[in-house]
Design a protein around this ligand. Sequence first.
Ligand SMILES: Cc1ncc(COP(=O)(O)O)c(C=O)c1O
Length: 366
Amino acid sequence: MSIPMVDLKIQYESIQDEINRAVLGVLQNTHFILGPHGKALEEEVAGYHKVKHAVAVASGTDALHLALLATGIKRGDEVITSPFTFIATAEAISYVGAVPVFVDIRPDTFNMDITKLEAAITKKTKAIIPVHLYGHPVDMDGLMQLAKEHHLRVVEDCAQSFGAEYQGKKTGAFGDIGCFSFFPSKNLGCYGDGGMVITDDAKLAEHMLSLRNHGSRVRYYHDEIGYNSRLDEIQAAILRIKFKHIDEYNAKRNANASLYAKYLSVPGIQTPREQSGTKHVFHQYTIRVKNRDAVKKKLDEGNVTSSMIYYPVPLHLQTAYEDLGMKPGSLPAAEQAAQEVLSLPMYPELTEGQIKQVADAVKKAL
Ligand SMILES: Cc1ncc(COP(=O)(O)O)c(C=O)c1O
């Protein structure tokens, strides 16, 4: 059987008794929505990030959406982000009626190129959404400096970077709000949809608490039109168990990345590198190769390993964003990355033998 991109079963089996007990506990006490596990998880995740508040929500997409609503981003505003990310980042901007403005990426980290950021700021710019793609932190020093100078809000998209660090501080703790996804395949994933926002600002936290629950702080009294975006107790209970292991899981991903780098160090393959001063949590292990489509085809035919393209089309060239009127060639680094990236299997439980098998298959396909 081909080596999968992720193996959620092997991880479940290693913590099966604890998970089953926790889920059964929720079934037996029948407190399914906004109960003690959700509250405890919020406190645990806030403490882990050394921030004051966390609010659990229904997905990473909702986390971004509620964060933009809470920071007051509205119709006609511009929000700067990366074109090389999952569409949810930009969708959240569109949900509040704002316009996404894409800044090209660095070819080595695939993250927004901070040296190109200032040129994209206009009078309408109200916020920046840095995306810590694949688990590698964005250059937050430069970004926060520019945000401060131009009075911009910063909402971090940490969907892929739970536990990653920049200069010793966790991603999500830099901006006004940090947004997380607990989609099953994420570094910290539940068994359904889930997400969270973190912040040091009590007012923003209060507002997001209300927004996630129909604009209500007191039951059946509604201050504004809100949403149904609550994390359910079964998912919260599962996440609390997995959360105890997150540093160990991330360390294993990092060690697996070092093994990949060792076995893939041949001309023609650019392997991902942790930039100095950062801790990369390798949500994805993504290489670059010039003849990517041919390599992927051979890998698929060889049936030794799975591989995936995250992402084949940058957001400025997606049909959904054709009204922005951006043409091919406008963001060359993102466009070239979309042609050359190839993500290989990455999860904590991968063995050195499997990594070697994948690496051998890639070198053969090359
Ligand atoms: C970078 C990024 N942002 C946002 C999201 C949205 O998260 P979710 O799927 O939990 O809504 C994802 C994950 O799918 C993502 O990878």
